[in-house]
Design a protein around this ligand. Structure first.
Ligand code: NAD
Length: 448
C-alpha cells in the first residue's frame, strides 16, 4: 500500500489543476488517469472546438473580405486542414499539462475504490487522507428509436470531413457550437431543440438573438421539436422523424449529431468507499465538495453542480482551502456571434419575484463594433431595483466571453451599478457597451 497526502482521479481541468496546486502547496500528490492528460476540455471539448471555431471565423471573414475592401481571388475550405491545426493546438497544450504536473506522480490506468480513501490501479494500491474524484462526464445517449445511427460530440471530433447536410439534435451549448462551425464550413445545418428556446440556461432574449443570427447564416433551428426516430435508407441518407407543435415532420440528412447533454463518468467501487449518488446519478457533495464519505471529494462534471471546466478547477481550489466565489460563475457559448452570461437571467428574476430592472444596449450603438463590421447582438444588464446590485449580465455579440468577465469581477467585489457606471471605459472599445447597459439600468433603478 502506497501512502500519500492526496490522490486525484482524473486529469481533466478539475483534476490536473487540483493536483498541481496541491503539489505546489507541498503536498505529496498522486494523479491517476486512464487516457491522455487534459480530460474532455482539452481532448474532446473546449479546446478542439475553440480551434475549429477560429477556423470557422476565418472562413467567414475571408468569405466576407470584399466588404472590407479586400479582394480574394477565390478560396477553398479545407476542413481536414482545420482539424490538423486543431490537433496541433491540442498536442501543444497537452504538453503544457504534463509540465504543470511536474511535481505530481502520474499513474496511468483505471482507478477503482477498494475501500475508504483507498484506490487501486492495476496491482498498485494507494491510500491518502484526501481523495478527489474528478472523472468528468461523457455524452448522454439520445432517447429515440435508431439513436445508434447518431454520432455524439466525441465521434464528431474524430472526423476530418463534413457531409453536405447535417442535423443536430439538441440546441444546447454543444449543439449550437457545432452548428456554427459546420455552417461556416459550408454544410447545410438543421438543429432540433426540445425546449421552447435554444440554450435553455441562458436568458431567453439572448438565446433568441443567437437563434436569429444563426438563421441569417443559414442554420435552420426548430424549437419544441421532439425526435422520435432516426432511420437510414439504402443510399446512406438518414431520416429524422420529429414532432413539432403537434405536427409530425421528417428531415432527410447525411449525418445526425446527438448533443442532448452529458452524464457522469463514475469510478468503480464507490459503494466500497461509501460515496453516494444524487437522484440524477451524479456524486452527491456538500458545499465543500465533500462526498458522503469523509475525506473523499468530487469536483467538476461528475458532481453535476456546474458542467464547466473553470467550475471544476474552482471547486478544486475550494477543497484546498482557497477563497473562491463559486456563486458568480460566468459561462459562454463560442458561436458566431458568441453568447455569455453571469448571474441571474431575467426569467429567474421574474420567477423569484426579485425586484429588478433590466436594460439593454445594442452593439449597433458602439463605435468599435460598427468599425469592425460585426455589430450583431446586445448587452443586457439586470440590477436590483432598490439596492442597485448587479444581478446578472447577458451578452450576445463578438467577444462576449471576454466582456462578461468585467461584470463577474464587479459582482464578486459587490460593486453596485452606480459605482460601476463611475468607472471610465476606454474608447473605442466594446466594453463601452457593457458600461452603457449598466448605466442605463442604474438610471432606471433610480427612476430617472
Ligand atoms: P445541454 O444540456 O447544454 O443541452 C442539451 C440540449 O438538448 C438542451 O437544450 C435540451 O433541451 C436538448 N435536448 C435534450 N434531449 C433532446 C431531444 N430528445 N430532442 C431535442 N433536443 C433535446 O448539453 P450539451 O450541449 O450536450 O452540453 C453538455 C454540457 O457541457 C453542458 O452542461 C455545457 O454547459 C457543457 N459545455 C460547455 C461549453 C462551454 O462552456 N462553451 C461547451 C460545451 C459543453
Amino acid at each position: 500500500m502506497i501512502h500519500c497526502d492526496i490522490i486525484v482521479i482524473g486529469a481533466g481541468p478539475g483534476g490536473y489543476e487540483t493536483a498541481a496546486r496541491a503539489a505546489a502547496n507541498g503536498l505529496d500528490a498522486i494523479i491517476v488517469e486512464r487516457d491522455q492528460p487534459g480530460g474532455t476540455c482539452l481532448n474532446r471539448g473546449c479546446i478542439p472546438t475553440k480551434a475549429l471555431c477560429r477556423s470557422a471565423e476565418v472562413a467567414v471573414t475571408v468569405r466576407e473580405a470584399f466588404d472590407y475592401g479586400v479582394s480574394t481571388s477565390g478560396f477553398t475550405l479545407d476542413y481536414a486542414a482545420a482539424c490538423a491545426r486543431r490537433d496541433a493546438v491540442v498536442g501543444e497544450l497537452r504538453q503544457g499539462v504534463v509540465t504543470l504536473l511536474g511535481g505530481v506522480r502520474t499513474v496511468v490506468g483505471e482507478a477503482r475504490f477498494t475501500g475508504e480513501r483507498t484506490v487501486a490501479v492495476g496491482d498498485e494500491v494507494f491510500t491518502a487522507p484526501m481523495v478527489v474524484i474528478a472523472t468528468g462526464s461523457c455524452p448522454a445517449p439520445l432517447c429515440a428509436e435508431g439513436s445508434e445511427l447518431a454520432v455524439d460530440s466525441d465521434r464528431v471530433l474524430e472526423m476530418d470531413r463534413l457531409p453536405a447536410e447535417i442535423t443536430i439534435v439538441g440546441g444546447g451549448v454543444i449543439g449550437m457550437e457545432f452548428a456554427s462551425i459546420f455552417a461556416a464550413f459550408g454544410s447545410k445545418v438543421s438543429v432540433l431543440e426540445y425546449c421552447q428556446e435554444i440554450l435553455p440556461p441562458f436568458d431567453r432574449e439572448i438565446a433568441k438573438r443567437l437563434r436569429m443570427a444563426m438563421k441569417r447564416r443559414g442554420v435552420d433551428v426548430t424549437v419544441q421539436a421532439s425526435v422520435s426516430r432516426i432511420s437510414k435508407a439504402d443510399d446512406g441518407r438518414m431520416s429524422v422523424d420529429y414532432v413539432s407543435k403537434g405536427k409530425e415532420r421528417t428531415i432527410v440528412t447525411d449525418m445526425v449529431v446527438s448533443a442532448v447533454g452529458r452524464r457522469p463518468v463514475l469510478p468503480e467501487g464507490l459503494d466500497k468507499a461509501g460515496v453516494e449518488l444524487t437522484e440524477r446519478g451524479f456524486i452527491w457533495v456538500d458545499g465543500s465538495m465533500q462526498t458522503s464519505a469523509p475525506g473523499v471529494y468530487a469536483i467538476g462534471d461528475v458532481n453535476g453542480l456546474c458542467m464547466l471546466a473553470h467550475a471544476a478547477a474552482a471547486q478544486g481550489r475550494v477543497i484546498l482551502g482557497e477563497r473562491v466565489d463559486l456563486d458568480v460563475m460566468p459561462s459562454a457559448v463560442f458561436t458566431m456571434p458568441e453568447c455569455a452570461m453571469v448571474g441571474l437571467t431575467e426569467q429567474q428574476c421574474a420567477d423569484n419575484v426579485t425586484e429588478y430592472v433590466a436594460a439593454t444596449v445594442t452593439f449597433r450603438s458602439n463605435g468599435k463594433a460598427m468599425a469592425t463590421g460585426d455589430a450583431e447582438g446586445l448587452v443586457k444588464v439586470i440590477v436590483g431595483k432598490t439596492d442597485r446590485r448587479i444581478l446578472g449580465c447577458h451578452i450576445c455579440g463578438q467577444h462576449a466571453s471576454d466582456l462578461i468577465q468585467e461584470v463577474a469581477v464587479a459582482m464578486v467585489a459587490d460593486v453596485d451599478s452606480s459605482r460601476f457606471a463611475a468607472v471610465v471605459h476606454g474608447h473605442p472599445t466594446l466594453s463601452e457597451c457593457v458600461a452603457a447597459a449598466v448605466e442605463k439600468a442604474d438610471k432606471a433603478a433610480r427612476g430617472s
